[in-house]
Design a protein around this ligand. Structure first.
Ligand code: C5P
Length: 222
């Protein structure tokens, strides 16, 4: 049985990581959350008081750290060297700065290199913004997962409330829209559907329905 590479791209909070994890589990593939890598660098840059517009200092910091994505029963853990930063990288400070850090060409080149090395042996489900277009251009299955910004903000809001976090729907919608705008308008590897990606609009689909559509693509292409 051949192991495919599966690329899942799309705007913020569209449910990419949720469905990617389920698909990876079903296939016994490795799940790789590339957004977590940009978030880890952003966290480190904030802690070190770097100027987020400085490509050279961001690159220098990136080259000095090992970013590990470790599967566990509680989900994927993210480490910078020996430090567990799984929770820290989800803070609103990181979320609202990550699109600035990920604009830089040299940062992206290094990230793409690391991501391609993770995917070297196939059998991966990778989610992000440029997986189908740049990281895994030969992936057999490419999905572009989207949903209306209202629906994405509403889902994130509900998730926050369930976790007991404070949440403001209007603010969430603004932040998501702003992040999508920066990610789509950047010069280097912007958020964009690959020509050969299959678009799935999840606005009125459940998670199992999205998973089923992706599994059907996998079976078709295996
Ligand atoms: O997927 P997530 O929302 O965690 O991604 C955080 C940010 O990381 C995105 O908004 C984007 O700026 C950046 N990113 C990227 N390329 C990827 C994955 C994430 O530029 N492949």
């Amino acid at each position: 049985e051949t192991k495919l590479s599966i690329a899942i791209d799309g705007p913020a909070a569209a449910g990419k990581s949720t469905v990617a994890k389920i698909v990876a589990e079903k296939l016994s593939y490795i799940y790789i959350d590339t957004g977590a890598m940009y978030r880890a660098l952003t966290y480190k840059a904030i802690v070190n008081h770097l100027n987020l517009e400085s490509e050279s200092s961001l690159l220098e910091t990136l080259l000095s750290i090992d970013i590990k994505l470790i599967p566990s029963e509680k989900g994927q853990l993210v480490y910078i060297n020996q430090q567990d930063v799984t929770h820290e990288i989800r803070s609103s400070e990181v979320t609202n700065s990550v699109s600035i850090v990920s604009k830089h060409q040299k940062v992206r080149e290094e990230m793409v290199k690391r991501q391609q090395a993770f995917a070297d042996n196939g059998g991966v489900v990778m989610d992000g913004r440029d997986i189908g277009t740049h990281v895994l251009p030969d992936a057999k299955v490419k999905v572009f997962l989207l949903a209306s910004v209202e629906e994405r903000a509403f889902r994130r809001h509900t998730e926050n409330l369930q976790k007991g976090f404070p949440s403001n729907l209007e603010k969430l919608q603004e932040e998501i829209a702003r992040r999508d705008k920066i990610d789509s308008e950047r010069e280097i590897a912007p958020l964009k559907k690959a020509d050969d990606a299959v678009e799935i609009d999840a606005t009125s689909l459940t998670i199992p329905e999205v998973v089923e559509k992706i599994m059907a693509l996998v079976e078709e292409r295996a």
